[in-house]
Design a protein around this ligand. Structure first.
Ligand code: FMN
Length: 450
């Protein structure tokens, strides 16, 4: 079983940060991130996973609480810090293809992969929110299909840039005075719809070839993008049945593009709420849910449904039909919210409470044995290759998981007792991609000379 530790700002439960065991005001604190990384490595996690949004985003109509408006440091800078105090842990950072440039991003991930000796991973997102567009000179967010078209081109050119230095390109030969071998470095001369990039990169090919490519969009277009490009898909499923169906659907799509099932790890998010007894875990959940103010829960629901306005509707009545405009945002999340509302026949108020508490993904409430057994069941029944563990609060929730759940998984033979390899690819069981220019030498282009 593969495991990633999700370090989404203050934890997997929206009110987790208010719990007495949660860190106090730590989101800009180097020791906090070092400790999280070291804890994840102590638990032999494959990696840590940092979400990101490139906009300050208070929830409409609510005073500042916690969610998208919490501080967000640049994930690659945070991961560099964690790299320095760990040696096997994978370092996965989210970066947007809508609001960054392939040359810059390819270079930064290649740098992280070198300095961490092969531990970098890129969570490719197309971004979801209007206010992100406003920070990058755009009047509005790109339309869904166009975001993914840009993402396709972005990832393709990033791969070429990582391949632009071939094996043996760096000589650093003091005797001959040659630092590089120009015959092994190629331009990429990319001229596409969105980008024009000459190349080569300034950075030799990363130790992993390419950083591990992760993806989290789950709409039909998002799934197709993952089938073509991703090696890990981070997903979110409330039940084992929907997770199984999703994994099967991904396998079918992989077959369509000629890829083996093992080349894409399907990893649903799980929030473990752990207690010494089931009762204690249920009490903890009640305590956490009691820390969510209701108007904030409703605002969060409105935001997730595409910034709709529910104020004119009876909170004890059902969700009204959604306006067209609400369909442009994070499609897969919206679908999961609607599915939850129908499946449990929830009023707006009840749905808001569930959504705010993060129940559109799976929450396990129980003892460490219960949590371990759920993960084992999901894995053995084909619902997952591994999990993104999103503790309700940090860092204590991650420590509980490492100290209590990991030993049970190990004892039952479902989790490693030592890292298999040094790189994230080796630990996830993913192959190093071939170098395009080594496989197609006829396409090499001499870089411009000035
Ligand atoms: C589990 C999960 C985690 C995500 N994390 C992020 C994130 O950190 N930053 C971001 O901009 N988008 C994030 N997204 C959004 C997606 O990457 C994607 O851009 C968005 O969902 C639109 O694509 P879709 O309609 O295919 O889902 C996440 C989506 C899911 C399902």
């Amino acid at each position: 079983m593969k495991l990633l530790a999700f370090m989404m700002q203050t934890g997997g439960h929206i009110a987790g940060w208010r719990h007495p065991r949660a860190a106090n005001n730590a989101l800009c604190d180097i020791d906090y991130f070092r400790r999280l990384g070291q804890t994840a490595e102590r638990g032999l996690f494959d990696g840590v996973f940092l979400a990101d949004y490139v906009g300050y985003h208070p929830v409409k109509g609510a005073e500042i609480f916690a969610g998208l408006e919490t501080p967000k440091l640049d994930p690659l800078v945070v991961l560099s810090t964690i790299a320095a105090v760990t040696s096997n842990l994978g370092l996965i950072g989210t970066a947007s293809t809508s609001y960054s440039h392939p040359y810059d991003l390819a270079r930064r991930f290649a740098s992280l992969d070198h300095l961490s000796e092969g531990r970098a991973g890129w969570n490719i997102v197309t971004s979801t929110m209007e206010n992100e567009a406003h920070n990058y000179g755009r009047p509005a967010h790109l339309e869904h299909a166009e975001r993914y078209a840009r993402a396709d081109e972005f990832v393709n050119v990033a791969r070429r840039l990582w391949d632009s230095w071939q094996e043996g390109a760096v000589l650093a030969d003091k005797a001959s005075g040659r630092y590089t071998d120009p015959a092994r470095i190629t331009a990429v001369n990319h001229a596409g719809e969105h980008f024009r990039i000459a190349g080569p990169l300034t950075v030799p090919r990363p130790p992993q070839g390419h950083p591990v490519l992760v993806q989290a969009g789950a709409s039909a277009t998002g799934q197709r993008f993952a089938a073509v490009n991703a090696e890990v898909i981070f997903t979110s499923h409330p039940t084992i049945e929907t997770a199984k169906m999703f994994r099967l659907a991904m396998h079918a799509q992989l077959a369509e593009v000629g890829r083996a099932p093992a080349s894409l790890k399907v990893m649903p998010a799980i929030t473990p709420i752990i207690g010494d007894t089931k009762q204690a875990a249920q009490d903890l959940q009640r305590e956490l849910d009691g820390l969510i103010p209701m108007h904030i829960a409703v605002s969060k629901l409105e935001a997730l449904l595409g910034n709709i306005d529910l104020s004119g509707h009876d909170p004890d009545g059902p969700l009204p039909p959604l306006p067209e405009a609400a369909l442009a945002g994070q499609n897969s999340t919206r679908d999961r919210v609607l599915e939850l509302s129908v499946r449990q026949n929830l009023s707006i108020r009840a749905l808001a409470r569930q959504v705010a508490a993060g129940r559109t993904s799976h929450t396990v409430v129980g003892t460490a044995e219960d949590v371990a057994q759920t993960l084992i069941d999901w894995e053995t029944q084909g619902a997952a290759d591994g999990f993104v563990i999103s503790p309700p609060f940090l860092p204590a929730g991650l420590e509980d998981f490492v100290d209590q759940v990991i030993p049970i998984l190990q004892k039952s033979g479902h989790f490693r007792t030592a890292y298999e390899g040094a790189t994230l690819r080796e630990n996830l069981g993913l192959a190093v991609p071939e170098n395009y220019y080594e496989a197609h030498p006829e396409t090499r282009i001499q870089p411009e000379v000035f």
